[in-house]
Design a protein around this ligand. Structure first.
Ligand SMILES: Cc1cc2nc3c(=O)[nH]c(=O)nc-3n(C[C@H](O)[C@H](O)[C@H](O)COP(=O)(O)OP(=O)(O)OC[C@H]3O[C@@H](n4cnc5c(N)ncnc54)[C@H](O)[C@@H]3O)c2cc1C
Length: 416
């Protein structure tokens, strides 16, 4: 071992929601954990910021809810579709959930991550290293035993009985371990941009379509403080084609769909519009000896339903709960990693199924225009038995299996 080598009980590559949550909880469980984040801060606009009831409950259990409530911008109670007839179809009514916080909140992801990272500073075992990029895995035969990483001062090695790959949907660790992916269908991409405005849109995150001449315009608007984060759904691979139509065409489409934004949209420029290549996939196996993938690294979700952050958080909780004891002992059997995947499988599959249904409803409108609304049998079910909207709300908002903070990670509720 050279001088640049650190040892720990666990190394986490990636300081997104999955990595920071797993790191914080493990550290509270007495595990010496190093989290590597390649960026120097958490500030990136191009990220999810819908915090669902499952994560709000976790924050309660961790004693961080009150502090979080101060940074949260808006409460949203419905996941719905708004058709070009202006009618809202509620697909998931979060207010029907039996939980202390039956709504989702919109909070910038960087604030959320900063809050968790700050809580980690109280834990002697929590070692978050910003600006450090994992470059490759270290192997001992077929077992992963650590990582190499690039820092401002040069290359370092870190060794541990377990490496957790929480490095997002383009996971380097997963690719190096050659874990194969199952690709799920998506024929759409997203344009992601913000419109500065004081206008108050609805308290629902609803894909919204505008038919007629402007047919095929489907948007999702996420209200934040002082601006609206917008996604325009476009046919997959047609970014260049849409850009050729120019910014005026986008401005008109936004104004036609959200009349309240007509004046504000004039400030929008094409350079502000970022492309999100929508991927839906899942690793067939989330682990090999010495390595476990969680969050987007194990399963990239569609942004529709705003669930990615929350699944990543739940994966982090399950990882800490199921592996802390083994990590403290210094040996993590591969069957323990399998248990994490099994535990998280049901919720992952249920979300994939639900999002598949939402994609099937929306994609034809994105491609061909027409009316955005659920198929007739689902409309009938939702309007005749509105209580059924609790089912999608439960799957998206809480998950199928409830991931609670283990006792060792719980703290008294913080004071405001
Ligand atoms: C435009 C956009 C909008 C979205 N909207 C929503 C939404 O509204 N709601 C929602 O819930 N989800 C949304 N998502 C998805 C959500 O952001 C992700 O599902 C979630 O962030 C996944 O968390 P994660 O921790 O698994 O991965 P990530 O958040 O991707 O975090 C991975 C981290 O690893 C770091 N990293 C990567 N490689 C390395 C390396 N080699 N070494 C060190 N660090 C590394 C990255 O810098 C990053 O910080 C959106 C995603 C995008 C791109």
């Amino acid at each position: 071992m050279n001088d640049n080598c650190t040892t720990a009980d666990c190394i986490i590559s990636g300081g997104g929601p999955a990595g920071i949550v797993a790191g914080l909880l493990l550290a509270r469980g007495g595990v010496k954990v190093v989290v590597l984040e390649k960026h120097y801060d958490f500030f990136r606009d191009f990220r999810g910021d819908t915090i669902h009831p499952s994560t709000l409950r976790l924050l309660d259990e961790l004693g961080l809810y009150n502090e979080f409530a101060r940074i949260a911008h808006r409460r949203v109670t419905n996941i719905s579709l708004t058709g070009d007839d202006g009618q809202d179809y509620i697909l998931g009514d979060l207010s029907r959930l039996h939980t202390a916080h039956p709504f989702m909140t919109i909070a910038p992801q960087w604030d959320f991550l900063n809050l968790l990272a700050k809580a980690g500073e109280d834990e002697p075992g929590f070692d978050l290293r910003m600006g450090v990029e994992m470059t490759s895995l270290i192997w001992d035969d077929d077992r992963v035993v650590g990582v190499r990483a690039q820092t401002a001062g040069g290359e370092i090695e870190l060794r541990a009985p377990l490496v957790v790959a929480a490095d997002g949907r383009w996971s380097r660790a997963r690719d190096e371990a050659r874990l194969s992916m199952r690709e799920l269908r998506s024929t759409i991409d997203l344009w992601w941009f913000r419109v500065d405005t004081q206008a108050q849109l609805t308290d629902s995150i609803a894909p919204r379509a505008r038919g007629g001449e402007e047919g095929g315009n489907v948007f999702v608007a996420i209200p934040r403080e002082g601006h609206v984060q917008m996604a325009r759904l476009i046919p997959k691979g047609e970014d260049a084609l849409f850009r050729e139509q120019g910014i005026e065409s986008l401005r008109k489409a936004v104004a036609a769909t959200f009349p309240a934004l007509t004046d504000d949209v004039e400030a929008l420029e094409m350079d502000d519009v970022k492309l999100l290549d929508v991927r839906r996939n899942e690793a067939r196996r989330w682990f090999i000896d010495g390595l476990l993938c969680i969050g987007d690294s194990a399963h990239a979700m569609s942004p529709l339903g705003g669930v990615g952050v929350n699944l990543a958080v739940q994966d982090g909780v399950a990882t800490a709960r199921l592996l802390a004891e083994a990590l403290r002992s210094g040996y993590v059997p591969t069957r323990a990693l399998r248990r994490v995947q099994r535990r998280r499988m049901l919720t992952t599959k249920a979300v994939e199924l639900l999002q598949g249904g939402i994609h099937r409803m929306i994609e034809p409108v994105v491609h061909n225009g027409g009316v955005l609304r659920p198929p007739a049998p689902i409309r009938w079910l939702l309007t005749t038995f509105p209580a059924l909207t609790v089912v999608p709300a439960r799957i998206l908002g809480m998950g199928v299996t409830a991931e609670h903070a283990p006792d060792f990670a719980r703290r008294q509720t913080d004071q405001v």
